[in-house]
Design a protein around this ligand. Structure first.
Ligand SMILES: *Cc1c(COP(=O)(O)O)cnc(C)c1O
Length: 412
């Protein structure tokens, strides 16, 4: 028998696309939760309160708004639960994550024969995947063209594609879904809690899914926010879902959503954990105290300074998200992206490469919205580039960052 020593995991600087830097207040509530079961009154009350706060954070009156235990893919799996074999689907893919979403939809919409023909990568006749090149956004024109041509039952798009750091046109998507009678499905894993938007402003979108550990500043394996319109729920009631645990109507019950209405407390669907509920509850309190609009403005501001700093280092930024910078290294360092990222990660500076080609560097600022944090990220990145042979005056770079902050203070 082997018993390994206790597992020690160091603290790193989370400067990637996610998970983000969990807020200390969330960590404190996580650790302070008592040992209590999933039907204990304060746990159930916490879930009902979290559901109400989540509606506010997402900007919705959808009754079916709650958390799915797990991470982003858990929420997305629940969101896609009503997609049936043989259903017509159009999915837009412009990077790693929307590519995986499209694979999920191909698996769900494949007939038994189509799935058996290629179980890990089915190509159902009823699903069209519109591939948009890495580094580009999905445009209104591309959406209109595909939905007008196919008029599918379901249409899918990622709001913010974290693989390439691109924002997609959610307003055009929603309008096209309405125009062509499609049920819109949106992966909002990277945008919720970072961008200032209300999902009810996009009535063509029937269901949304996000994650705990990016803009919401909670821990992975707590709760992935999801929200479903009544229209989605009606479709689900008619055709069903081949999932018990991720069945949106059944999952909603534990959050006190019964027969399409709010109940005083939840009824059993599956075991929930006191620590996850406490952490999620605190992360929603934090978002509402700050307001999503204020937080979104802070992302825009701090991203602009980090962007200026990496551009001053000669990097070319190809992203337009406000929580993440995706960049190409300057001339002499081009091709060394992976090496640079690995060197930084080995030192606890957790930046990321892109996960699909072309290889680029991704630097994120989730819950790193202070001058100190941005200066540290910029300086550590500059130091790493210098060690790879770049000719950068790190002192001048630090001054540039400090002066950018000072100038914005003076302007206020
Ligand atoms: C992070 C991310 C996911 C996957 O979420 P997990 O939390 O890793 O399960 C899916 N889609 C997008 C757009 C993401 O950014």
């Amino acid at each position: 028998m082997t018993i390994f020593p206790q597992l020690e995991i160091p603290n790193t600087l989370a400067a990637g696309p996610g998970p983000g830097n969990t807020d200390p207040r969330v960590l404190a509530r996580f650790a302070a939760a008592g040992v209590a079961d999933h039907m204990q009154p304060d746990v159930l009350r916490g879930m009902v309160e979290a559901k109400i706060m989540l509606r506010e954070v997402m900007g919705t009156k959808n009754v079916h708004t709650f958390g799915v235990a797990g991470t982003g893919w858990s929420g997305l799996d629940c969101m896609m639960a009503a997609v049936q074999p043989g259903d017509s689907v159009v999915a837009f893919a412009n990077g790693t994550f929307s590519g995986i979403d499209a694979l999920t939809l191909r698996m769900k919409a494949a007939t038994a024969e189509e799935l058996a023909a290629n179980p890990m990568d089915p190509k159902p006749a009823s699903v069209t995947v519109v591939e948009v090149p890495h580094g580009q956004s999905v445009t209104g024109a591309a959406i209109e063209k595909a939905l007008a041509e196919h008029k599918p039952k379901w249409a899918f798009m990622a709001h913010w594609e974290t693989g390439s750091g691109r924002i997609n046109d959610i307003a055009a998507f929603s309008e096209a879904c309405e125009r062509h009678g499609c049920l819109g499905l949106v992966d909002a894993v990277s945008s919720l809690g970072v961008a200032d938007f209300r999902i009810d402003d996009y009535p063509g979108v029937a269901a949304w899914a996000s994650c705990p550990q990016k803009g919401i500043c909670c821990l992975p394996l707590t709760y992935a926010p999801v929200s479903f319109t009544d229209r989605y729920i009606e479709v689900l009631k008619t055709s069903g879902a081949r999932s018990l645990v991720h069945h949106p109507i059944l999952e909603a019950r534990h959050w006190g959503i019964l027969d399409g209405k709010d109940a005083e407390k939840g009824t059993y669907h599956r075991t929930h954990s006191a620590y996850a509920v406490a952490a999620f509850h605190e992360s929603l309190r934090l978002a509402l105290e700050e307001t999503v609009a204020t937080r979104a403005a802070r992302y825009t501001f701090h991203e602009s300074i980090l962007r200026k700093a990496v551009e001053a280092m000669g990097c070319e930024v190809t992203s337009n998200m406000t929580s993440l910078i995706v960049l190409n290294l300057p001339g002499d360092l081009a091709g060394k992206e992976m090496e640079l990222v690995q060197m930084c990660r080995a030192e606890g500076f957790a930046i990321w490469p892109t996960l699909s080609a072309p290889v680029q560097v991704r630097i994120g600022i989730l819950n790193q919205l202070t001058e100190e944090a941005i200066e540290e990220i910029a300086t550590r990145f500059a130091d790493a580039m210098v060690r790879m042979g770049a000719d950068i005056d790190t002192g001048a770079l630090r001054t540039l960052v400090q002066e950018s902050y000072a100038a914005s203070m003076a302007a206020e």
